[in-house]
Write a protein that binds this ligand. Structure first.
Ligand code: SF4
Length: 108
């Protein structure tokens, strides 16, 4: 065992944490409220897109805006995670990619 996570494992963990960030977002500040809503739409397959270079740049800008302008750690961590995931996996937010259901590990 190498000790390194596979791409599939990283995607699963990234999606899980982003869903948790969306669930915890209180809606008080726009970077987090709008950003997590858009992230959830992509993870749930309800947002469109073409997955091109412009779209990737928009995702990166969204992550940066959340990290820099969100009011608390929930949005800041979510934004930093968006940037980190894009660094490691440029296709992370590509439309049409198979996603996890989103109910793994959810409480209650
Ligand atoms: S960053 Fe914090 S204050 Fe802003 S919407 Fe998210 S949870 Fe609420």
């Amino acid at each position: 065992m190498s000790g390194e996570a596979s791409l599939a494992e990283e995607r699963t963990l990234g999606e899980f944490v982003l869903r948790r960030v969306h669930a915890e977002s209180c809606g008080e500040c726009l970077p987090c409220a709008l950003g997590t809503r858009q992230i959830a739409a992509v993870l749930n397959g309800t947002a469109g897109g073409n997955g091109g270079a412009v779209e990737a740049a928009v995702w990166r800008a969204l992550g940066r805006a959340m990290r820099q302008a969100a009011k608390c750690g929930v949005g800041r961590i979510g934004g930093a995670l968006v940037e980190e995931l894009l660094d490691r996996d440029p296709d992370f937010f590509a439309p049409g990619r198979k996603r996890n259901s989103g109910d793994q590990g959810q409480e209650g």
